[in-house]
Design a protein around this ligand. Structure first.
Ligand SMILES: [Zn+2]
Length: 213
């Protein structure tokens, strides 16, 4: 017959989870259009957790991850030549941008053909319906201002354009309530889109054939 001895197990230690700071970093603010740039800045500015914090966080149950919300538009659309797209925020503010592809002999007379992507924004007050913002880098999605730029970094037009281009080129997740959609015209030739497949892609049937999509 077995004998039993009573032992007392130590209590499970209390675990502190830094809930407030985590929420402050991931929740995008809907205050202004400029705020859509803020979450990344907050992430960069947040202090690095100590080793103890990291260890405690690892023990904590994982927070539910919201479903990914990638832009429907692709870099193929954005760089197709005559891409027209609209960016909206949860408050209903919206901007319409154009990315125009120009291949030309640059510097002039050099015989070197250079492709540039000009980003402009639909905005009243200029000579034309679209006002120039800058040059789009087709690899990074960054927008570089030049001497003729009418909007510089820090203006809402520039910030939203650079954020939207970077989001599409790098296929980044969109915060809740934000949308980047084509404006109903083929990204390559500018004709109005009619059939569902074209509307989804933002590129018409003829142009899809040419582009091999
Ligand atoms: Zn087309």
């Amino acid at each position: 017959m077995s004998k039993f001895r009573r032992i007392v197990l130590p209590k499970t230690p209390e675990i502190l989870i830094p809930v407030d700071s985590a929420e402050a970093i991931t929740e995008p603010s809907a205050d202004s259009f400029g705020a859509i740039v803020d979450p990344s800045r907050l992430t960069e500015a947040a202090p690095a957790p100590s080793d103890l914090d990291a260890a405690l966080a690892a023990l904590a149950p994982a927070a539910p991850v919201p479903a990914a919300n990638y832009p429907k538009l692709t870099s193929q659309f954005l760089l197709a030549g005559k891409a027209l797209f609209t960016v909206t925020n949860p408050r209903g503010d919206h901007f319409t941008f154009k990315v125009r592809k120009v291949t030309s002999d640059w510097p002039k007379g050099s015989g070197i053909m250079t492709t540039s992507y000009f980003v402009s924004v639909k905005s009243p007050g200029g000579m034309y319906p679209y006002r120039y913002i800058g040059l789009l880098n087709s690899e990074t999605g960054g927008v570089k201002c030049t001497g003729k730029s009418e909007f510089i970094p820090g203006t809402t037009e520039y910030n939203v354009a650079a954020w939207a281009c970077g989001t599409v080129i790098k296929t980044k997740n969109l915060p809740d309530g934000y949308n980047i959609e084509h404006a109903g015209a083929c990204g390559r030739c500018g004709k109005t889109l009619t059939d569902p497949e074209s509307i989804e892609l933002g590129i018409g049937p003829e142009c899809r054939k040419v582009m091999g999509i």
